[in-house]
Design a protein around this ligand. Structure first.
Ligand code: ZN
Length: 67
């Protein structure tokens, strides 16, 4: 039995672009990579998912690393 991906259970729509928080997207290069939501893995480490509002590329960054 496969596990439901976390992103399937989260809300839409995408967040508003916050110019101060946004970063350069590694996929398309635009300054539209925006912090979205927090998630926790099985070891209880907290990750922030970042999503690009242009191309929808996303990545999970440890909250400790991004602080
Ligand atoms: Zn992008």
């Amino acid at each position: 039995m496969s596990e439901i991906p976390v992103e399937r259970r989260t809300y839409y729509p995408l967040p508003q672009l916050d110019a101060e928080m946004s970063r350069a997207c590694p996929a398309c290069g635009l300054q539209m990579l925006t912090p979205w939501y927090l998630r926790r893995d099985r070891d209880r480490r907290v990750y922030r998912r970042w999503v690009c509002l242009n191309c929808q590329a996303h990545e999970d960054v440890s909250e400790e690393e991004s602080a």
